[in-house]
Ligand binder design. Sequence first.
Ligand SMILES: NC(=O)C1=CN([C@@H]2O[C@H](COP(=O)(O)OP(=O)(O)OC[C@H]3O[C@@H](n4cnc5c(N)ncnc54)[C@H](OP(=O)(O)O)[C@@H]3O)[C@@H](O)[C@H]2O)C=CC1
Ligand SMILES: CC(=O)[C@@H](O)[C@H](O)COP(=O)(O)O
Ligand SMILES: [Mn+2]
Length: 385
Amino acid sequence: MRTVTVLGSTGSIGCSTVDLLEQARGQYQVRALVGGKNATRLAEQARSLNAELAVVADESAFEQLSALLKGSSTKVACGRQAVIDAAALPADWTMAAITGAAGLEPTLASVRHGKAVALANKEALVCAGDVMLRAVKEAGATLLPVDSEHNAVFQAMADRQLDQVEKIILTASGGPFRKASVAEMEAATPAQALKHPTWSMGAKISIDSATMFNKGLEVIEAARIFDLTEDRIDVLVHPQSVVHGMVQYTDGSLIAQIGSADMRIPIAHTLAWPKRMATTSPRLDLAAYATLEFSAPDEQRFPALRLAREALRAGGAASAILSAANEVAVEAFLNEQIGFLDIARVVERVMTKLGAPPADTLEAVLHWDEQARREALALTPAYAG
Ligand SMILES: NC(=O)C1=CN([C@@H]2O[C@H](COP(=O)(O)OP(=O)(O)OC[C@H]3O[C@@H](n4cnc5c(N)ncnc54)[C@H](OP(=O)(O)O)[C@@H]3O)[C@@H](O)[C@H]2O)C=CC1
Ligand SMILES: CC(=O)[C@@H](O)[C@H](O)COP(=O)(O)O
Ligand SMILES: [Mn+2]
């Protein structure tokens, strides 16, 4: 039986993963489930999947988790080191779905045991690209892209030669403000920004989709996964979210992966890889779509794409700085401390201040992550109401 671990099991990607594991009951042994603070959901999942270990990062949730799992065979643990230790337990397949840079060290720990790591936590690869890819190589691990666009490109590249790829295309829904004016975006509330038109996701990535920092992070993520320079990664706004990603080959062929906006599809692809598994995900009825639209992104209203491309070209810690400043700014926006358009303003100012110092060790990445957070936090009062 294959062994699996789910990091971030209580979140949006984590719950979809657990759903697939429940559908495939008896085929997988769950080594560990890891959550942040949602002890109730974690305990339910652990009981349902008969997990060997359940870990909450937040120590204040430990008592509740222990009480909920009393009498079960699941061991319990809490705290940051316990999360990393759980990620380091040997498993044939690990889902890395903790959100933000908090997922970096646990994801690295799972990469180091040399098996398959299904990567949803894009921020880990964005902030520590060199460190992560070196660890993958040294451990002989397999990184399987979960992010819908990257999974699409991965599928569209199957069996083909990377040297015959001209470029890849990541699609973007355009988010809730695709058609909004600058004035409307300036006044946008967290509730409006959280309302993603096509996907149901966690809060941080939903705001990133609204600013298009999500697509910026995805350009950087794609550069790392597929070893492509920034000029070979295009973004196309595609409001229907039906075509997830495309690969353009040197002969002019464009191969796309198409499917419903349901993350269980790419997750299942990585879980069964290199085979396929049956899912109950909704089948796409293409005839129900009158049209599929594609257009170039508007980099004036959505500066995030330009900033991400600049960070990628600059190299070093620039991407880690962008991602960390963005995390702080998103949090400040969700807490109604800054406005929606201030998110990109904060990120740009932090990037300008800190530049692109070298970041080829984990320590250097963590240092610049911390510096960027400090700078971004210091800036938030300047934009507050
Ligand atoms: N949702 C989606 O459709 C997609 C998501 N992704 C990426 O996947 C990742 C997860 O996204 P999503 O599932 O939406 O996010 P959610 O916010 O829904 O879930 C985040 C998960 O991480 C856990 N968590 C948070 N902080 C910590 C911590 N310090 N230590 C351990 N666990 C922690 C949360 O626990 P708890 O809730 O218990 O506090 C939760 O299980 C992100 O990097 C995102 O960009 C990529 C493509 C699509
Ligand atoms: C499901 C997924 O992969 C998300 O990253 C999604 O793409 C977000 O939507 P946007 O295209 O609006 O960023
Ligand atoms: Mn995506």
